[in-house]
Design a protein around this ligand. Structure first.
Ligand SMILES: [Zn+2]
Length: 458
C-alpha cells in the first residue's frame, strides 16, 4: 500500500513536471517578441524602415527605384491574409500581430548595432526567431521577396501556431505558403508555381526534375526523416515543399492533412498524420513518386491524381477512351509481364499551346492544334511530340534505385502492338505538360486486344 502510494506520488509529480515543462517550452516557442525596442535601435542606427500593419522591415539597402523593396511590407500583409486562411484563422483576431525583419546588404553592420545577436546561428540566406527574422539581400527581386515571405511564414507559424514540427513540415509549409506570383503587383498564392518566370531563381521544380533524371528523388519516407541540419540544402527544401504540397492539395490527402494541421504543430505531427484514418504509407509513397515523376509548372492534382485501382485481366478486345485534358488514366485493364496486345487508335483531339511557347507564332491566345494518335511535331514535351498517345505501366524506373518507380512507357500512338514490361494496369494519356492539360479538349479512342502467345513448335 505504501509502495503504491509512493508510485502514485512519483507518477503525479512526473505528470505535473511534464505539464510545466510543456508550458514553459510552449511559452518559449510561442511568445511574440515586443518589437518596439528593435525598431528604435534600427531608427537610431539610421536604417531605412518600411512599415505596414504586420511588418516592420529594416534595411541598409539604399533606396533604388524599381527594386520592389518599398512594396515588400504591403505584399507581406497580403500574404498574411492567405496564411491566416490556410490555418482557418480570422485575420481580424490577429490584427496586432507584427514581425520585425532585417534585410541585410552588410551583415556586419547589423551585428555591430546589435540587431543580429551572436546567439543567432550562422545562416546562409535567412533565419527566423519567433516574430523576428533576417535575410541576406538578394539581387533578384523575385527571390528576395520569396525569401522574405519564407521567413515571414516561419515568424507566423512559430508564434501564431506555436510550430515546433519535424523539419520537413517546418520548411515545407514555409515554402508552400511563400510561393506566389504578383498579379498587378499584388500577392497571389501559387503553392505550385504556374510559370517559371513567376519564381526566378527558386529552382525547386528543376531540382526535382534533375533528381528524377539521376534516379535520386527522395522517397516520401525519406522526406519525413529529413534531419534539421539538412534543411538549408536545395534538395531538402524541394522535397519538403513537394511532400507538403501533395499532402495539402492532392484530393486524397487534403482534408486529412488540414485536420492534422488544425491540431498541435509539434514533434508528433508526422506520427499523427501517419495514424490518421485512411492513411496508407504505401499509397502515399506511390502518390508522391507519381507526383515527383510528373511534376512541372502548373501541375494540377485535379487533372493528374492517379487512380491506382487494380483493373481486370485483359482477356478480350476492349475500347478505351482517353481524355486529352487529363494526366495518366487507369484503363481498368491489366496485363501480365511479357504479355502482348494490339493497339488501334482513332479520333482527333485539340491540343492548346500556351502563349509562351506560341510566342514565335506571334499570338497572345493559346493556339488550338488538331492532333491524332501520333501527335504534332510542332512542339515536343519530354522527348515526344505533343499530343501523342502514350501507354504506360507503373514499374521500376530503368536506371534508378530498386525502390524508385514511375510510369514506364510501353507504347505510343504510332505502335500497333505493345508488350507489358510489368504486371499491372495499362495507363493512357495524351502527351502534354501537366500545367497545360486544361487547354486541351476531345478524346482519342483506343481499341486493345490480347495477342495470344505463339508457343514455339506449334
Ligand atoms: Zn526556412
Amino acid at each position: 500500500m505504501h509502495l503504491f502510494a509512493t508510485v502514485r506520488l512519483v507518477f503525479a509529480t512526473l505528470v505535473l513536471l511534464s505539464i510545466l515543462w510543456n508550458s514553459v517550452w510552449e511559452a518559449a516557442v510561442a511568445d511574440e517578441l515586443v518589437i518596439a525596442p528593435l525598431v528604435a535601435t534600427a531608427r537610431r542606427a539610421g536604417l531605412r524602415l518600411l512599415e505596414s500593419d504586420h511588418l516592420v522591415l529594416a534595411t541598409d539597402r539604399p533606396a533604388r527605384q524599381g527594386d520592389g523593396v518599398e512594396d515588400l511590407p504591403r505584399i507581406f500583409d497580403e500574404a498574411f491574409v492567405s496564411w491566416c486562411a490556410h490555418f482557418s484563422i480570422d485575420p481580424a483576431t490577429r490584427s496586432g500581430w507584427r514581425a520585425f525583419g532585417c534585410c541585410m546588404a552588410q551583415r556586419e553592420l547589423f551585428i555591430s548595432i546589435g540587431l543580429l545577436p551572436k546567439e543567432i546561428p550562422a545562416f546562409k540566406n535567412g533565419y527566423c526567431d519567433r516574430n523576428r527574422f533576417w535575410l541576406v539581400d538578394q539581387s533578384s527581386p523575385d527571390y528576395r521577396r520569396h525569401l522574405l515571405l519564407h521567413e515571414g511564414v516561419h515568424a507566423f507559424t512559430s508564434t501564431v501556431r506555436s510550430l515546433n514540427t519535424p523539419p520537413w513540415y517546418t520548411e515545407g509549409i514555409a515554402e508552400l505558403l511563400a510561393t506566389h506570383r504578383l498579379v498587378d503587383g499584388r500577392f497571389e498564392p501559387t503553392p505550385i508555381p504556374l510559370r517559371k518566370g513567376d519564381v526566378q531563381q527558386l529552382g525547386r521544380i528543376e531540382k526535382i526534375a534533375e533528381l528524377r533524371a539521376n534516379g535520386g528523388v527522395p522517397l516520401l519516407a525519406d522526406v519525413f526523416q529529413t534531419p534539421a541540419n539538412e534543411h538549408h540544402d536545395l534538395t531538402a527544401y524541394a522535397a519538403s515543399w513537394a511532400a507538403t504540397a501533395m499532402l495539402a492539395i492532392h484530393p486524397t490527402y487534403a482534408a486529412m492533412f488540414a485536420a492534422i494541421e488544425a491540431g498541435p504543430l509539434d514533434q508528433e505531427f508526422g506520427v499523427r498524420l501517419q495514424r490518421s484514418r485512411g492513411w496508407s504509407e504505401s499509397r502515399a509513397g506511390r502518390d508522391f513518386d507519381a507526383f515527383t515523376d510528373e511534376l512541372d509548372y502548373g501541375y494540377d492534382f485535379s487533372r493528374s491524381a492517379i487512380d491506382w485501382s487494380l483493373g481486370k485481366p485483359l482477356a478480350s478486345p476492349q475500347r478505351i477512351v482517353v481524355d486529352s485534358s487529363r494526366g495518366w488514366q487507369n484503363s481498368g485493364w491489366s496485363v501480365a509481364k511479357g504479355e502482348s496486345c494490339s493497339l488501334a487508335v482513332s479520333g482527333r483531339c485539340t491540343i492548346g499551346v500556351l502563349p509562351a511557347s506560341a510566342a514565335a507564332a506571334g499570338t497572345k491566345d493559346a493556339l488550338a492544334l488538331e492532333s491524332e494518335a501520333a501527335g504534332i511535331s510542332l512542339r515536343w514535351y519530354r522527348g515526344r511530340p505533343l499530343g501523342r498517345l502514350l501507354v504506360a505501366q507503373w514499374a521500376l524506373l530503368p536506371g534508378g534505385e530498386a525502390s524508385h518507380r514511375g510510369f514506364v512507357v510501353v507504347a505510343t500512338g504510332e505502335d500497333r502492338t505493345l508488350t507489358a514490361s510489368a504486371d499491372g494496369v495499362l495507363y493512357f494519356k495524351v502527351n502534354d505538360a501537366p500545367g497545360e492539360l486544361a487547354e486541351n479538349s476531345g478524346t482519342l479512342s483506343v481499341a486493345i486486344a490480347p495477342v495470344p502467345r505463339s508457343t514455339p513448335g506449334d
